[in-house]
Design a protein around this ligand. Structure first.
Ligand code: KG4
Ligand code: ZN
Length: 378
């Protein structure tokens, strides 16, 4: 099956073409034929976080060129004409996208793909709508079915496929991104029970907000991780210790909003040297990771997990990977992580999750498609 996948839930505009075959656990394989991604991070940097309407405008501007690049890499750009007659109604609120797509379809025939997978939630609703409407417009022009994909499921699936052999259930997923921190149990493939989630800030948000207080650019997660690694290498630690919020609570929920307040208090009125800043970054990363790992291991124990999966942007943290692996090893579990470049948002994870839903004939009705900012896994 050949899938065109689209992701616009946050500040990455991403499109890919995947070729996938086989069932999960039985001969599954896939190939990335084409992949293109434009990160808007720099544009949002001045706001210190993602600004939803700017994200929407950027997706509108970038989707057609990004799709053209992905199809081009896959060798699927075909001269000809596609039927663009119904587009105006679908893209009535995305005028710039409409004009670009009409132009593209006026000189390109339908590419050789079987269906379209698109993120319909969770995420920033204005941003999600652009991707959803774009997918509906393409589906109408090319007479293709659509699969609506949950973004968080994409993060799980791309991590679960990190090993070639089928995973064993129950599988516990730790999802850590800019908007979510969740512990999710799967007793079978594509089935989810929510064990706990954050009551306020997500783990990625805690990284980003702490980074901002330390004067580091957005997105702050990679910056904190980089400085923390330097501090570890050169032995820099700080006498200021941050709290480990809810680490001993009798549930699987998280709370990270207190961390930024603690960081603010710790550095208020101080002119930090580079070494002190790195030491503080180290403490931020270690506080967040200690809470995440402790609760994940406790949940794995309580639910008898035989697999641990970790996905979402924060799973790019080398320190989180090392700590989770270290703490899981007494249970003979080797946690699964996505390839590092697929930890943060991308279209490949959306195509993969979409493929497994298409195998179950779970297609969306374009007339009923809607962006769902608060879409839940369970
Ligand atoms: O999954 P993702 O790309 O987007 C959302 O779905 O939100 O996650 C983005 C988050 C940001 O908060 C970013 O700072 C964080 O992931 N992040 C990291 C690292 N790389 C990205 N956090 C810690 N260490 C990293 N290396
Ligand atoms: Zn994400």
């Amino acid at each position: 099956m050949r899938i065109l996948a689209i992701e616009t839930s946050c500040d990455e505009t991403a499109v890919c073409v995947l070729e996938a075959d086989g069932e999960f656990g039985s001969g599954f394989s896939y190939k990335i034929l084409g992949n293109a991604l434009f990160s808007q991070a720099e544009k949002h940097a001045e706001f210190g976080g993602v600004f939803p309407n700017l994200a929407k405008r950027e997706h509108e501007k970038n989707l057609v060129p990004i799709m053209r690049a992905a199809l081009g890499e896959a060798g699927l750009l075909k001269n000809g004409v596609s039927d663009a007659s119904g587009l105006a109604a679908v893209l009535e609120r995305e005028k710039e996208l409409l004009a670009q797509l009409q132009d593209f379809l006026g000189s390109h025939a339908k590419p050789d793909i079987d269906y379209i997978a698109v993120t319909h939630g969770p995420g920033l609703e204005p941003a999600l709508w652009v991707g959803v409407n774009f997918a509906c417009a393409l589906a109408a022009a090319w007479q293709l079915p659509i699969v609506a994909v949950n973004h968080m499921e994409g993060h799980i699936v791309v991590a679960a496929l990190a090993q070639p052999k089928p995973i064993e259930f129950p599988a516990l997923s730790l999802l850590v991104s800019g908007g979510h921190t969740e512990l999710v149990l799967s007793r079978e493939w594509l089935q989810y029970e929510m064990l706990g989630s954050t009551r306020d800030d997500a783990a990625g948000e805690a990284f980003d907000k702490s980074a901002r207080l330390l004067g580091l650019p957005y997105p702050g997660g990679p910056e904190i991780s980089r400085l923390a690694a330097e501090a570890r290498k050169y032995g820099g630690s700080t006498s200021l210790s941050l709290p480990r919020p809810m680490i001993d609570s009798n549930d699987f929920d998280f709370s990270f909003s207190g961390l930024k307040t603690a960081v603010r208090r710790a550095i208020e009125g101080k002119e930090l040297s580079a070494a002190e800043k790195a030491a503080m970054a180290r403490e931020v990363e270690e506080a967040i990771v200690e809470v995440l790992v402790t609760k994940t291991i406790r949940a794995a124990e309580e639910y008898g997990a035989r697999t641990i999966i970790c996905g979402g942007g924060v799973s790019a943290s080398v320190y989180l990977r090392a700590e989770l692996s270290r703490k899981a090893s007494p249970y003979a579990i080797k946690p699964l992580f996505p390839p590092r470049e697929l930890s943060t948002d991308n279209a490949i994870m959306i195509g993969l999750a979409g493929y497994f839903h298409a195998l179950k004939n779970e297609y969306a009705d374009p007339a009923m498609m809607a962006a769902q900012g608060n879409l839940k896994l369970a």
